[in-house]
Ligand binder design. Structure first.
Ligand SMILES: NC(=O)c1ccc[n+]([C@@H]2O[C@H](COP(=O)([O-])OP(=O)(O)OC[C@H]3O[C@@H](n4cnc5c(N)ncnc54)[C@H](O)[C@@H]3O)[C@@H](O)[C@H]2O)c1
Length: 428
């Protein structure tokens, strides 16, 4: 058995998801305990979050190397390379682990960069492109048998969610670890609140609220040499096929907290929203959504998300129980802090520490179903608001609407889709 272990290529080991027998041999030989089995990270989508997640994973555990980078655009891939190389040189938290960035010859660009990263020998893939591409990239990563960290949200439409749920089942069968960028699930204060909610401290779930209300976000003005596709991809936040609209892209975090507390997804929604902004650089997304999510047993949760400047901001989640009230984001139950002097952790790092530990122990965590359900909750709210129709979970999950344009190419013609009009826009 020991010889088998010695002959096992470490990359293949992580790729295939080790069998319990092989792992127990490794554990007894101490290979993982020594932290020597290398995590070779391939990052797909090298913008703000991709670079940030690269830094986070380097600070998360020993034995981590940034191995390959992939982005649709060369300036983004090279920018991430420069950023990460500098961090690895200067950042004490990375240096203490002796983690490195070694991507020479493995910086890929173009719409097929994801395939090259997946085939590069990396064994731990980080997905941080705009979410429209996520189902395709998740499917390719799991098909190849690689460990995965996927940013949220994981899709923008129901066909994408169905693909992700298939990938979840496949990852489970193959023993592949999957972490998701719903980092509140790795944050000390939230974990403590949830432990108490699930332990019955506020009784049974009878209602709640969640909000992400803030000012208008960003736009990237079109440059002369950009075709339609590049202009939309670089300004992705403002296009529903790429972003899902802000209820999906951003409010998914707060919705996920409610689903986590409820240990369930809603059974239906009545959603409203609209857009008043007129600047075409803001694409066709809405300014606000307001949803009444219904969970089993007649439990209702109010959700709002708004991106209109000069209004009051509010990013919060609250859960009402039969015996009390949890202010999740304030870490308070019935008005009292649950932290008792404890400090919060760094959840963006903790999510990688937890994922890597689960890989090395061969007890792979798999967060794909949770994040897929929270993403579909948000998509369902958007579909209800866009069409003016209340929807059930089943209707939303079975929706046939695919938002991604066919045959993407940088020289294609691509109009901005119309702004959805409740009462006119059809549910498909
Ligand atoms: N968990 C969090 O708190 C958190 C915070 C910020 C962003 N995010 C998520 O991370 C993702 C990226 O957000 P960001 O702020 O980094 O955006 P960004 O625009 O800074 O980066 C996205 C990158 O993906 C690249 N890209 C686009 N399409 C691609 C494709 N098909 N193949 C390869 N590369 C492609 C872009 O060129 C860009 O460099 C989003 O899903 C966002 O919701 C999560």
């Amino acid at each position: 058995m020991k010889d088998d272990v010695v002959q096992t290529d470490r990359r293949d080991f992580l790729k295939l998801g080790a069998t319990a027998a092989v792992t127990s041999a490794l554990l007894t030989t101490g290979a993982y305990a020594a932290g020597s089995d290398e995590i070779k990270v391939g990052i797909i989508g090298c913008g703000g979050r991709g670079s940030g997640a690269g830094e986070d994973v380097l600070r998360a555990a020993k034995g981590v190397k940034i191995w390959a980078l992939g982005d649709a655009f060369e300036d983004r891939a090279k920018g991430a390379q420069r950023h990460l190389e500098k961090e690895a040189k200067d950042n004490e938290d990375i240096k203490k682990f002796d983690n490195k960035v070694e991507v020479a010859g493995r910086v890929f660009t173009g719409l097929d960069a994801y395939k090259k990263v997946i085939d590069s020998g990396a064994n731990y893939i980080i997905l941080a492109t705009p979410p429209g591409f996520r189902p395709l990239h998740i499917e390719a990563t799991i098909n190849k048998g690689l460990s995965l960290f996927t940013e949220k949200p994981v899709a923008v439409d129901a066909p994408g969610i169905r693909k992700v749920l298939e990938a979840y089942e496949s990852a489970k069968k193959k023993n592949i670890a999957v972490g998701a960028g719903t980092q509140r699930r790795h944050q000390t204060g939230y974990l403590e609140v949830m432990k108490r909610i699930h332990g019955g401290e506020i009784g049974t779930f009878v209602g709640g609220h969640c909000h992400w209300n803030m000012g208008i976000l960003w736009k990237t003005p079109r440059q002369k040499d950009w075709g339609d596709l590049e202009a939309q991809m670089r300004n992705w936040y403002n296009y529903t096929w790429l972003c899902g609209d802000h209820i999906v892209e951003q409010h998914v975090h707060n919705i996920d907290v409610i689903n986590w507390a409820a240990q369930a997804h809603p059974i239906g929604v009545l959603g409203m929203g609209f857009r008043t902004r007129t600047d075409p650089q803001f694409g066709h997304i809405y300014d606000f959504f307001s949803c009444d999510f219904e969970y089993a047993d007649g439990v209702h949760v109010a959700s709002t998300c708004r991106q209109i400047s000069n209004c009051d901001n509010n990013v919060s989640e609250g859960v009402r129980g039969s015996k009390g009230y949890a202010e999740c984001n304030r870490y308070r139950i019935n008005g009292k802090s649950v932290m008792q002097g404890r400090k919060d952790n760094l959840p963006y790092i903790a999510e990688h520490t937890d994922l890597i530990a689960s890989i090395r122990k061969n007890e792979p965590i798999n967060e794909l179903k949770n994040v897929a359900e929270s993403t579909l909750t948000a998509i369902m709210g958007r579909m209800s608001a866009y069409t003016g129709k209340p929807l059930t979970w089943k209707q939303a999950l079975e929706s046939r609407e695919t938002l991604m344009p066919e045959n993407l190419a940088f020289d294609m013609k691509l109009e901005t889709p119309p702004v959805a009009m409740p009462g006119k826009t059809k549910f498909v």
